[in-house]
Design a binder for this molecule. Structure first.
Ligand code: NAD
Length: 418
């Protein structure tokens, strides 16, 4: 097994590669590779049994040249300062790829949510929101859900912020419940942009999506929705996995039924209509047309990259390939459609939610989905244009080139002062 890549170093490498094509000078490159500031703090809360617990929390504000910092908050035992810094940079460049007027931010708390009661999680979330209050707001920094957080946590953060500020400000977070100012279509937005990217990828390759075989690693919000929508578009989802294992059926799985099974049992394994069970790694090396990593970073390293048999990878997760894996996949002629495009549906519909919050005027789901499709297809076309025009090694470099160009232009227009 290759040494685990540091996601922040991966981000810096991607930015450096693309900046070199654009001729960005050293002085500006440092800015493009590092967050503007990082909050690192202790949250100490009272447990249900009266004891105290302290957890470590982070918020990285990467860049606000194009608008307020924007990005999710993750609850996971492996959260580190470097992971949060990397994820905040990905957000800055993702927002620029799809041209939504935001910068990038990300937060995380190093904890396993399964070890805490709902009341304890609420106290931790409200403690974090209290720490964040001077740094966030609808015009400065806007949080959203990420791994192991969702509408519930966003509603708590919004309520804490509004209570402390003595106002109503639903735009301080996105991904809220509908009654708290959330948007129709937000829950499915990331999976939808994964499906749209895959659809456009196969159109670009002049292959119909109908009958394309698909394996999905990670059957959570992003992966399960992408699988269901691809199924509806005529693709054959033949294998899916989660942290407990994988199921495979060469004749195709019913994506929605697997999701129901996971909801009931907590796992995709044991799904009776699957022909066989696989290991997680077995899924990543299946002979399929399309592989969708939708779990966590560094899922495919250089060793696994040698064994991948898919023709196309669409990254639903953030940073699922290490840079070394990327290099091998270029050599092996596997087309990788990068995270900053493919999973940008989440932040795009978050932007729509924020626009609706500011206008206090709400859209129906059809409008949200139509506007999302326009954004993703336009971004896809721009990325292909740049990829072909500059003869770039892969679509990731093209995506970063598009994004960095926009961030650099915004910075230049603002000028340097004093
Ligand atoms: P989630 O918690 O809903 O789902 C994650 C899934 O991955 C779970 O089913 C989990 O069991 C599975 N998993 C974890 N480790 C695994 C492993 N080793 N092998 C196989 N499966 C494993 O999270 P999500 O919201 O779907 O996010 C998944 C990825 O997508 C993350 O990288 C996240 O940053 C990214 N993303 C999510 C959104 C969003 O709106 N949800 C937006 C942009 C990016």
């Amino acid at each position: 097994m290759a040494e685990e890549a540091n996601p922040f170093e991966s981000l810096q490498e991607y930015v450096g590669d693309a900046a070199a094509y654009l001729g960005v000078g050293e002085g500006l490159l440092t800015r493009l590779q590092n967050p503007e500031r990082v909050l690192e703090t202790n949250l100490t809360i009272e447990l249900d049994d009266g004891g105290l617990e302290t957890v470590r929390a982070y918020r990285s504000q990467f860049n606000d040249d194009r608008g307020p910092y924007k990005g999710g908050i993750r609850y996971h035992p492996d959260v580190t300062r470097d992971e949060v810094k990397a994820l905040s940079g990905w957000m800055a460049y993702k927002c620029a790829v799809v041209d939504v007027p935001y910068g990038g931010g990300k937060g995380g708390i190093a904890l396993d949510p399964r070890s805490f009661s709902t009341g304890e999680l609420e106290r931790i979330t409200r403690a974090f929101a209290t720490e964040l209050r001077p740094l966030v707001g609808p015009d400065t920094d806007i949080a959203a859900p990420d791994v192991n957080t969702g509408q519930r946590e966003m509603n708590w953060i919004k309520d804490t912020y509004e209570t402390l500020e003595g106002t109503t400000a639903p735009g301080v977070v996105t991904g809220k419940g509908i009654e708290s100012g959330g948007s129709e279509g937000r829950l499915e937005a990331t999976g939808r942009s994964v499906m749209l990217t895959a659809r456009e990828a196969f159109r670009y390759r002049e292959t119909p999506l109908d009958g394309v075989t698909v394996a999905v690693q990670g059957y959570g919000n992003a992966g399960a929705v992408a699988a269901r929508l691809l199924d509806e578009e005529g693709a054959d989802v033949v294998a899916v996995s989660d942290s407990t294992g994988a199921v495979h059926d060469p004749d195709g799985l019913d994506a929605q039924m697997v999701k129901e099974h996971k909801k009931e049992t907590g796992s995709v394994t044991g799904y009776v209509d699957a022909a066989e069970e696989l290991t997680g790694e077995g899924l990543l090396t299946l002979d399929v047309d399309l592989l969708i990593p939708a779990a966590l970073e560094n899922a495919i390293d250089e060793t696994l990259a040698e064994e991948v048999r898919a023709d196309v990878i669409v990254e639903a997760a953030n940073g699922p390939l290490t840079p070394a894996a990327d290099d091998i996949l270029i050599e092996r002629d596997v087309s990788v459609f990068p995270d900053v495009l493919a999973n940008a549906g989440g932040v795009t519909v978050s932007y729509f939610e924020w626009v609706q919050n500011r206008q206090r005027f709400y859209w129906d789901e059809r409008r949200v989905n139509d506007e999302l499709e326009t954004v993703i297809v336009d971004a896809f076309d721009r990325l292909i244009e740049v990829f072909e025009e500059y003869d770039l090694p892969n679509l990731r470099t093209a995506a970063y080139a598009v994004a960095i160009d926009r961030v650099v232009n915004a910075h230049a227009e603002g000028g340097t002062w004093p």
